[in-house]
Write a protein that binds this ligand. Structure first.
Ligand code: ZN
Length: 159
């Protein structure tokens, strides 16, 4: 198992491997980038399908201090929390300054929080020169889990 490098499959190859529902997520993320992309500011967009079928989106927000940046996947997770639903599928797209777009997997921080909140979500990742659909819980196979730190989900978000 190696670290993903900048050599990523072309988006057209990725699209062919996707079921229609995930293809819709990909196109939604691309449309967010088409309207909001700004080099060095908003370079990744993500779209997620919730349990009800609703689609929510997120956009990367760069910071002058790298660690303060917000990932598109984190934005999507927040939107899912606002909707009161769990994510069942997620696709993120990176746009490079030359206009080339690639599917991109969640970073380690996003993989952690996705595994906490939607471990069964189908997430698209680029690995070993190919793209594949994996469960969020499998993004970090040896992740450390601090039991008792994260409260269980509320059964009734209205109460
Ligand atoms: Zn991230």
């Amino acid at each position: 198992m190696g670290v993903t490098t900048s050599a990523r499959p072309a988006l057209t190859e990725t699209v062919q491997a996707m079921p229609p529902a995930d293809r819709k997520l990909l196109e939604t993320a691309r449309s967010v980038l088409a309207s909001r992309y700004a080099a060095g500011r908003h370079e990744v967009a993500a779209a997620a399908r919730l349990a009800s079928g609703q689609v929510v989106t997120g956009l990367h927000v760069e910071a002058s201090q790298g660690r303060a940046s917000v990932c598109a996947e984190s934005g999507v997770l927040s939107a899912a929390a606002v909707a009161g639903e769990e994510i069942v599928g997620l696709v993120a797209v990176l746009r490079r300054p030359d206009g080339a777009e690639h599917l991109i997997e969640p970073c380690g921080v996003c993989a952690e929080i996705l595994a906490d909140h939607c471990p069964d979500a189908a997430v698209w990742a680029a690995r070993r020169g190919a793209t594949e659909r994996v469960a969020a819980a499998d993004l970090l196979p040896f992740r450390h889990v601090r039991t008792a730190r994260l409260a269980p989900p509320r059964k009734d978000p209205q109460s």
